[in-house]
Every structure is written in structure tokens, then in C-alpha cells.
Design a protein around this ligand. Structure first.
Ligand SMILES: [Zn+2]
Length: 469
């Protein structure tokens, strides 16, 4: 099934965004002692079973952007060109408080390279705000507790700026008045599914099921762009949508031979010289991610062409998401400088050397539940093992389901959350993988977040998108 599943998504699987990382960076000025941070669970990165090599060894091998001398894989990884500088509003520190988010949440935390990408990918937050009738006003949200910046805390309010950007601030700053809304339970950044195919699902159901934002990784850009614009309209009932450009593929390559991949959802790249124009076209269509396929089952882009695509994307401030399927494809993606894998590798066990190198540079989108959809599946076991070791070595993980690929539930997927936990992520780390700090959506758990490992997934599934934020 995994093969089919992968084929399905194929059409769409690319979405990354540079921003995930930022979720862990945000602080809130409220470092408040009252923070009830939960989970004292052990950090996977320090667990020997998870990462067989001590972190220091990994650092020695692949400690820098280009890796250390002596690291064969790092040496192979080509320069991917200048990285864009940080311009993201999300990086703005919260009032008074640089409270560093615990680096303990390493599994899903900071991805050094991700902080400067064409940021949001969302159509303007201010237009969204205007559409909800709140333009020009600062509003405040209060709740029993707030999960933000990697931990659960009390004594914090959310400030919704006129442009729609939401940030935590000390509760004392929230005024009494009509612009302050009080709710029971827990507020948290809008939950994000980083791998969906909007052409294959009902996004209204997805939002009703608790997902505030999605990354469409496989569609016809013009069609997805129209949907993304509609999602910003007041009362649309749709999640925010960011999207990748068409699959950039070798002539005749995957998924152009698949019935589910309509013309327009893929673009053939014949030469390195064509890379720049392909990236420019995608960007002009509104894409904030570039999707590329590396599929061992058919024609593949050559290493020079793949590298040229990555370099062109990086020059434009776009991250590259690769659908890597089959032996050698993860290494090809890594070597070319790709930023994100659309799926946790499932066709082969990634050896420790490559895996540590990937953990230094890449984000992996989970998509664990497409293997078996709840039933035991050998591919799922391979993927969970790869993700456990990747996260254990500090790799950045994003929650993504490949929604549209088989019988996956619309909305928050409890099985995907449970599989992330089985891969060693703590509840806080799962939430980091599901949120982006700089967003302008808010999710709400009416009965309150529960970070107990045995109850977390079911409680999280009750989260809903807070309307009119
Ligand atoms: Zn997909």
C-alpha cells in the first residue's frame, strides 16, 4: 500500500515551508514561573537507543552548514547557494522576553536553514484580518492556559495585531474591554498539516476537524492559488493554504505517468539551464515551495539538474521539498541540497551516517499513517524507525498526513499523532511539529490540553480552529 500511497500523493507531495522551525523559537515574554510545563519526558536526542552516535560525534562530522572535513556525505552535499536572509515577522521577539525555547525539544526544533525562507506563504495576513472585520484593531485572547513556544503556560494572553499576527504576551497587558475575549481551556498556534492534496479532499471537513492551515504539496498551481485566495475570505470555512509549484520531474518521470496527476501538476526539466525558469514560473504562480521528485521507479533528474533546481530555488528564497522514493533517492536529495522530504523515508532503512547528515540540514514531513492506515505494515515500521533516529539526532520533524492518499481522516489524525509519539516525540515535540509560531491562526482545546503521553493524542483531536481570530 505504501507504494500506492506514495504514488497518490505524488502529485502533490511537496510542501515545505521554511517556517516550521520558527515555532520553537518563539518565546513569549511571559516566562512566567507558573508555566506548567508538562511532560518531563526525556529528550530523544540524548537517548542512546535513538541516536546511536553521540551528538558530539555527529557534530564533528556534520557540524556546520557544509559539514566538517571528514564527513563524506557533507562533502558530497553541494553548495546550494546563498540562503535568504531572515525577514520573517515571526522572528520578532515577544515583548520583553527572550525566553529561549528549550533546546530540549530538539526533535522538532530549530532548523538553522529555515529561518530565512520566503516566509509565510500565506496570502496576506492583513487581508485575512480585514476580511474578518478586525482590520485596524488589536485584539486579545485569554484562556486558562496557552501552549506556545514549545511549552504550556499560564499567565499569558495572545495579542492579535491589526495585521493578524498572533503573539503571546504577559496577561497583564490585555485590557478589559470588548477587544478581549475570554475562553476556557487551552489556546495554541493553529495546527498545520504539512502535506495534503486539496484537490482530493474536502478542505471544509479538514478545518472542521481541527486543522487551521495546510500545505498543498501536489496540485495544479493556478487551481490551488484560487483555493488559497478563497480560504482567506471571511467565513470561508477553509484552512489557510500554502502550496508548492508543480512537480518538477525528469522527462517522462513520476508522476507524469500516473492518472491522478493532471496536466499542469508536473513540469518536465531537461537541462540545468531550465531550472531557473521552472522555479520562476512556480514562484510567479504563488508557490512558496518547490517540489521535486526523486523516484527510483522511472526517469530521474540527473544530479546536476537536481542541484541546479535547488540552487535556483534558494536564490529565490524558496525551499525545496523532495518526494524521495526508492533506493538512493534520499541521498540524492540530500546531496543536491534539498531542504525537506515530503515523506519520512519508508522504502529503505537510512544508514546512520546519511541519517545524521539529514538531521543537520533537513526537515522531514512525517506521513507515517499512509502505511497501513492503522493496520500493521512493514513500510510503516521502517518509516517509524527512520524517524525515531532522525529526531533523536536533532532532525526537524513536521506533522503531515498526505491527506487525499487513501482512507485518512479529515482533520487531526490521531493515528499520525500516535505514530509520532511511537517515534519518540514527546507531546510538546508533536505540537512543535504541528505549529508555526509566526502564524495568524489559533487553535483551541475547550477542555484543556493534556500532555500525559497516554491521553495526549485523543485530547489533541478535540482541538478546533478558533473562528474570527
Ligand atoms: Zn502527497
Amino acid at each position: 500500500m505504501s507504494t500506492e500511497s506514495s504514488s497518490t500523493e505524488t502529485s502533490s507531495s511537496t510542501s515545505p515551508d521554511g517556517s516550521e522551525t520558527s515555532s520553537s523559537t518563539s518565546p513569549d515574554g511571559s516566562e512566567i514561573a507558573s508555566s506548567s510545563s508538562p511532560d518531563g519526558s526525556e529528550i530523544p536526542s540524548s537517548s542512546p537507543e535513538v541516536c546511536e552516535t553521540p551528538p558530539s560525534t555527529a557534530a564533528a562530522c556534520c557540524g556546520g552548514p557544509d559539514g566538517g572535513p571528514g564527513c563524506a556525505l557533507s562533502a558530497l552535499r553541494r553548495s546550494s547557494g546563498p540562503r535568504p536572509t531572515v525577514t520573517v515577522a515571526e522572528e520578532t521577539p515577544l515583548p520583553d522576553a527572550p525566553s529561549p525555547v528549550s533546546s530540549a525539544v530538539s526533535g522538532a526544533t530549530s532548523a538553522p536553514a529555515s529561518s530565512g525562507w520566503v516566509s509565510s506563504g500565506w496570502a496576506s495576513a492583513s487581508s485575512a484580518s480585514a476580511s474578518s472585520g478586525s482590520a485596524g484593531r488589536v485584539r486579545w485572547l485569554l484562556a486558562d492556559s496557552i501552549w506556545w513556544g514549545g511549552r504550556l503556560r499560564k499567565g499569558v494572553a495572545l495579542r492579535v495585531a491589526a495585521d493578524g499576527v498572533v503573539k503571546p504576551v504577559p496577561v497583564e497587558l490585555a485590557p478589559d474591554g470588548d477587544d478581549t475575549r475570554r475562553l476556557p481551556g487551552t489556546l495554541l498556534p493553529g495546527l498545520v498539516d504539512a502535506h495534503v492534496h486539496s484537490a482530493l479532499v474536502d478542505l471544509g471537513e479538514v478545518r472542521a476537524g481541527g486543522i487551521a492551515e495546510v500545505w498543498d504539496l501536489g496540485g495544479v498551481p493556478a487551481t490551488v492559488a484560487e483555493l488559497a485566495g478563497r480560504a482567506l475570505e471571511a467565513g470561508s470555512g477553509l484552512p489557510r493554504v500554502r502550496y508548492a509549484g508543480p512537480f518538477l520531474i525528469a522527462p517522462g518521470g513520476y508522476p507524469s505517468d500516473r492518472p491522478w496527476a493532471p496536466v499542469g501538476s508536473w513540469r518536465e526539466i531537461s537541462t540545468a539551464d531550465d531550472a531557473g525558469s521552472a522555479v520562476a514560473e512556480a514562484r510567479a504562480a504563488g508557490a512558496t515551495l518547490i517540489k521535486v521528485t526523486a523516484h527510483a521507479g522511472g526517469p530521474q533528474l540527473t544530479p546536476p539538474v537536481l542541484t541546479s533546481l535547488v540552487e535556483a530555488a534558494h536564490v529565490s528564497g524558496l525551499r525545496v521539498v523532495v518526494h524521495a522514493e526508492g533506493v538512493g533517492t534520499v541521498e540524492a536529495a540530500y546531496t543536491a541540497g534539498a531542504d525537506v522530504l515530503a515523506h519520512t523515508p519508508w522504502t529503505e532503512r537510512i544508514d546512520d551516517t546519511l541519517l545524521r547528515a539529514c538531521a543537520q540540514h533537513m526537515t522531514w514531513i512525517s506521513t507515517l499513517d499512509i502505511h497501513g492506515w492503522g493496520a500493521p505494515d512493514p513500510a510503516r515500521e521502517i518509516a517509524v524507525d527512520n524517524l525515531r533516529r532522525f529526531a533523536g539526532c536533532g532532525g526537524t520533524v513536521r506533522y503531515g498526513t498526505d491527506l487525499g492518499n487513501g482512507p485518512l481522516p479529515a482533520g487531526i489524525n490521531v493515528r499520525e499523532v500516535g505514530l509520532l509519539q511511537s517515534a519518540g516525540l514527546t507531546p510538546d515535540e508533536v505540537l512543535i511539529a504541528m505549529t508555526e509560531t509566526a502564524g495568524s491562526t489559533v487553535s483551541w482545546i475547550a477542555d484543556g490540553l493534556d500532555l500525559d503521553v497516554s491521553r495526549f493524542a485523543d485530547v489533541l483531536a478535540t482541538a478546533r480552529v478558533l473562528d474570527a481570530v
